[in-house]
Design a protein around this ligand. Structure first.
Ligand code: ADP
Ligand code: ADP
Length: 228
């Protein structure tokens, strides 16, 4: 069975001037351990699709299943980690405390969550910065810390919404390479939203191409291995 399965998903946002049809008849399957990207121009519904998978919003109609559960059950079971476009870190907490935050919320002991935070910071190459504060780090380093935190609960699925688009081209390329090596280590399912064609080809096994007005799935492209 697929890890993520969407059937006939329709998403309308109600507004003052009537409904906006953001997604129309989207059906797709994503396998366990796959790295897929959602690609398309601005407004085609990529973020909407990611939010639906994460159960941050609910579809107008259609169904979403994750690891055999409904999207809501999967969210409650902490199946997801999410990384947004700009890193959401608390500036008054040390980097390691930011990474450990999800563990703190579920009552993991201080020693254990610190051990886990350092392990995750090693995974993203930031262990030397564990005791610094987010505002002391560069934008790329902050986003790496946000990735470490998203992995704290060992999610089966990592959802990423244009995580590197605010960064310069050089940093972005490097972080894409680092992300692949992280993924090689943890082998979870990744859904990566981007409007960059080269980025989607570089990163993913499969590219889901969306078209706007209304957002719908217009192509699924397999990227042949080996990766660059
Ligand atoms: P993308 O991520 O591909 O840029 P979005 O998912 O953000 O696309 O948006 C898809 C469509 O839904 C767009 O037409 C957008 O204007 C509309 N939309 C997104 N969020 C809302 C909202 N909260 N209310 C009304 N319309 C929205
Ligand atoms: P980015 O990923 O945004 O390009 P880098 O990881 O390349 O940032 O950071 C540039 C380098 O600057 C780091 O490798 C690190 O050696 C140094 N650096 C950045 N911020 C700090 C800091 N707060 N303390 C010490 N060194 C830092």
């Amino acid at each position: 069975t697929p890890e993520i399965q969407l059937k006939d998903v329709e998403m309308r946002y109600p507004t003052d001037t009537g409904d906006v049809l953001a997604l129309h008849q989207v059906s797709l399957d994503i396998g366990k351990g796959e790295f897929v990207s959602l690609l398309g121009p601005s407004g085609c519904g990529k973020t909407t699709l990611l939010r639906l998978m994460a159960d941050l919003i609910q579809p107008t109609s259609g169904s979403i299943h994750v690891a055999g559960k409904t999207a809501k059950e999967a969210r409650l079971a902490q199946k997801y980690g999410i990384v947004f476009q700009s890193p959401v870190l608390y500036d008054w907490r040390k980097v390691k405390q930011n990474v450990a935050l999800p563990l703190e919320l579920v009552g993991v002991s201080k020693i254990e969550r610190e051990r886990k935070a350092i392990e995750l910071l090693e995974l993203v190459g930031l262990e030397k910065f564990a005791d610094q504060y987010p505002w002391q780090l560069s934008g790329g380093m902050q986003q790496r810390a946000a990735i470490a935190r998203a992995l704290a609960m060992e999610p089966e699925i990592l959802l990423m919404d244009e995580p590197f688009s605010a960064l310069d081209e050089f940093t972005r390329e490097r972080l894409n390479e680092e992300l692949l090596s992280v993924w090689n280590n943890i082998q979870n399912t990744i859904v990566f939203v981007t409007h960059s064609i080269p980025e989607s080809i570089f990163l993913s096994d499969r590219v889901f191409v969306l078209s706007p007005h209304p957002g719908r799935l217009s192509a699924v492209v397999e990227i042949p291995l080996p990766r660059p």
